[in-house]
Design a binder for this molecule. Structure first.
Ligand code: SF4
Length: 363
């Protein structure tokens, strides 16, 4: 392969065809970093409104570092994978404390930040600072595997390492940031997982998979973990003022499924979900009530888990004593049921709240 010509073609294509995205209008490492974190596991269209709103609320690393975690999670609510938001803020605090508020310029220092792995570090350093580090994510790996007609699963450790080396070899040394974005853009818009648009591909002449007619077969499909079904019973308490109770549990499988955010009291349940939930309510909150109403089941999916959420409505005279939701100290808090959706909660909790609101309307 003639590398200079290959690079020229891809960069020229990117120059003309790249999508106009807000993070591409800036070389501010904070904005680039934020976009890369938000785009992990999330589509561009879903990220756009969050990105703009997040920057309005936290326009700088320092603003993010000093914000209440509660406010950061609230701005993230709905985007999922909340550990990203927690790590982002922890990393912002590290940047303020150890790097005078500037994203570090070296790979080693960047990799020490919470939540910053090789991909994110390479993306930020190359795009913001022009540092010569190639990115490798799923999109880029697919493009590289097809260019080289690499058989097998790209995520296999040895294969991933050889793709990292290939990505670094191809990197345009004078424009590493543009190059990385061009590779990602090609994977996202042309060399797509299914039905790659080889006719529109600027580097089709260099592609071995296409020459061999293997573009639909390379890379090999990932072996998926078989799905696991989970039943979760959740308690929606309701007092005469139509307030409900959210808790912040410290551990438990159920809590993982609520992204370690405010949630309704819940427990992983077997066949007799109501009994399991009553026991949990008694042991964890000291609540014993005679009547409850089963609400419509809500479905939820988290990676390989398929979760059936079984909400039960408990009408109580008084909610257990709660503390104000001050962003950190409370273990449970009372709020109007209709306001749960505006809180930093996972989408599972929102689904339960919606099911409860529908159920309450019928009571
Ligand atoms: Fe991907 Fe087709 Fe281009 Fe090869 S020719 S890199 S398979 S889009």
């Amino acid at each position: 392969m003639k590398l200079p010509a290959f690079r020229r073609r891809l960069l020229a294509w990117f120059d003309v065809r790249k999508r106009e995205l807000p993070w591409r209008a800036s070389r501010d490492p904070y904005r680039i970093w934020l976009s890369e974190v938000m785009l992990q596991q999330t589509r561009v269209a879903a990220v756009l409104p969050y990105y703009k709103r997040f920057l309005r609320l936290f326009p700088t690393v320092r603003a993010l570092a000093r914000a209440q975690q509660h406010a950061v999670l609230e701005a993230w609510a709905g985007l999922g994978y909340y550990s990203r938001a927690r790590n982002l803020q922890r990393a912002a605090q590290e940047i303020v404390r150890r790097h005078r508020g500037k994203f570090p310029r070296t790979l080693d220092a960047a990799l020490e930040l919470p939540g910053v792995g090789r991909y994110t570090a390479a993306a930020v350093l190359s795009i913001a600072y022009g540092a010569p580090f190639a990115v490798l994510d799923g999109n880029v790996a697919r493009v590289l595997a097809r260019l080289g007609a690499v058989r097998g699963e790209v995520r296999a450790p040895a294969r991933w390492r050889s793709l990292e080396a290939a990505a670094q070899h191809l990197l345009a040394p004078r424009a590493p940031g543009e190059w990385n974005q061009a590779m990602m853009e090609l994977g996202a818009t042309v060399c797509t997982p299914r039905a790659p648009a080889c006719g529109d591909c600027p580097v089709a002449a260099y592609c071995r998979a296409r020459a061999l007619g293997l573009q639909e077969k390379v890379p090999a499909k990932r072996v998926k973990r078989s799905p696991e079904n989970v039943l979760l019973a959740a308690a929606v308490l309701l007092d005469p003022q139509r307030r409900t109770l959210l808790v912040r549990e410290q551990d438990g499988a159920a809590h993982e499924l609520f992204s370690r955010m405010w949630q309704f009291p819940a427990v992983a349940a077997g066949r007799d979900a109501e009994t399991a939930l009553r026991r949990h309510m008694r042991d964890a909150l000291g609540i014993e009530t005679a009547h409850c109403l089963a609400l419509p089941v809500a479905r939820h999916a988290v990676t390989y888990r398929r979760v059936a959420l079984l909400p039960f409505l408990f009408c109580v005279d008084e909610l257990p004593s709660s503390r104000p939701a001050d962003g950190g100290s409370g273990c449970c808090t009372a709020l109007p049921l209709g306001e749960v959706e505006r809180w930093p909660t996972s989408s599972a909790t929102r689904k339960i709240a919606r099911a409860a609101l529908r159920g309450v309307a019928r009571v």
